[in-house]
Ligand binder design. Structure first.
Ligand SMILES: *Cc1c(COP(=O)(O)O)cnc(C)c1O
Length: 434
């Protein structure tokens, strides 16, 4: 008789897992204060003292830059906006190329398109999953202007090698730290390791306010350009005779609201503990799964700390008696159940991460804005075929899986159920043959 739930046996876990909910009474009170004040946003999209926003936005930016030890913090309404604004601020434009990773949320690769630059994909490290410096170096051309590095899954990119490359070739590093707030390399926070860093306050992230983001940089000139792009630059530059460079000053509305800013101010105070709890839970799960020899909890980079947005494993099919990763992961999922507040996503264990981004239709067809090939026609030789980044494809199709059942709201009993599900499938893996 079958024991595994996927074959009709009993599930390890029937009750849903608890929601990830870092918000509490303090946030409720802070929002309530903002509502009572009547000032839900104080931004003015013209050159005026309110050009820089209201009291919570200003305080949040000041607290953020002190916490992370940077000269400037500019809040925005999402990390996606932040990445776009960062590219605009450093002067990326038509004719430029930006090196990106195929393994991230799509905006980490599509952001250059908004300023008419062409994304060029480099491959990732097989064990740490961030951009591989050798592959990046191969992709550098005369046109390369910037690299968007992503601190994927919660740990910093290869700072030493990639920063050296950038220096040598005079490239700007934009660091997407959306998944890695509080992670460190060499004692310095993720987000501050390149030239401009971006954080996300989206609902799915370590700390959140629904939707929001932050951009940090030590370059005061870029910071002011960020503030302009965020807030209708074209309307504000009129009173700014001090601005010599009008490139990319078209402007958007990327402003963060006062309620969101008030929430993030409190969330920031909780960040350190929230990440500590994640690390503790990951250690517990890692220990519980140590004996399963065909899965391995991913390494942390030497010199770095991890903030575990996701907990990643690599899978070895040979050691698993020939059973492939997808069959194994599907069987584990069948033993478990969904997480509250994220019901639609099903069990939060997944084979692979996102489909390699070069495979998106936008790149396969080279159609972004309009249908005449803009901006891809500036660099017609750039190749997006399947197969250009073999490490990503191997990870995605065969070896990588992750879960996020280690967030701070998980109890010891919850974690034990997760461990039990993996153990049960491992003990009965012969049931998955064929
Ligand atoms: C979540 C995420 C983003 C986008 O963040 P938003 O605030 O939702 O725009 C960008 N990059 C990475 C790596 C992310 O995980």
């Amino acid at each position: 008789m079958s024991k595994l739930a996927i074959n009709g046996g009993d599930k390890v876990r029937k009750l849903p897992f608890p929601a990830y909910k870092p918000l509490g009474e303090e946030e409720v009170e802070a929002v309530s204060e903002v509502v009572k004040s009547g000032i839900l946003s104080r931004f003015l999209g013209a050159w005026h003292e309110d050009f820089y926003g209201g009291p919570n936005v200003k305080s949040l930016e000041s607290e953020w830059k002190n916490y992370f030890g940077v000269r400037n913090a500019v809040s925005v309404n999402s990390a996606s906006s932040g990445l776009i604004a960062a590219l605009g601020a450093v002067g990326v434009g038509p004719g430029d190329e930006v090196i990106v990773t195929p393994y991230s949320m799509c905006i980490s690769a599509t952001a250059p398109l908004f300023y008419g630059a062409v994304p060029v994909f480099a491959d990732i490290e097989p064990d740490l999953f961030c951009l591989d410096s050798d592959s990046v170096e191969e992709k550098i051309t005369e046109k390369t202007k910037a690299i968007i590095v992503v601190d994927l899954f919660g740990q910093p990119y290869d700072v030493k090698k990639i920063n050296n490359l950038a220096k040598k070739h005079n490239l700007v590093i934009i660091e997407d730290a959306s998944q890695a707030p509080q992670a460190k390399f060499d004692g310095k926070y993720a987000g501050t390791l390149g030239d401009i860093g971006v954080y996300s306050f989206n609902y799915h992230k370590h700390i959140h306010c629904g939707e929001g983001g932050m951009v940090v940089t030590n370059n005061d000139g870029w910071a002011e350009r960020l503030r302009l792009i965020r807030n209708h630059a074209e309307a504000a530059v009129a009173g700014r005779e001090d601005l010599s460079d009008l490139s990319n000053m078209v402007g958007f509305n990327m402003r963060l609201g006062e309620m969101e800013a008030a929430i993030v101010r409190i969330q920031l105070k909780k960040l350190n503990q929230l990440v500590k709890d994640r690390i503790k839970n990951v250690e517990y799960i890692k220990q519980g799964l140590e004996k399963i020899d065909f899965i391995q909890s991913a390494k942390t980079r030497e010199g770095a700390t991890h903030s575990y947005y996701l907990h990643v494993f690599t899978y070895n099919q040979e050691k698993a008696d020939g059973v492939n990763r997808n069959s194994f992961v599907d069987a584990v999922k069948a033993e478990l159940t969904y997480t509250e507040n994220r019901e639609a996503e099903g069990v939060k264990v997944s084979s692979g991460y996102v489909r390699p981004l070069n495979q998106l239709p936008i790149f396969q067809n080279k159609i972004a804005f309009g249908n005449k090939g803009y901006p891809f026609s500036f660099s017609p030789e750039v190749d997006y075929s399947k197969g250009i980044c073999p490490v990503v494809e191997l990870c995605h199709e065969k070896t990588l899986f992750f879960h996020d059942l280690m967030h701070p709201n998980m109890t010891k009993q919850d974690l034990d159920d997760v461990i039990l599900a993996f153990q049960k499938v491992s003990d009965n893996i012969s049931e998955l043959k064929n």
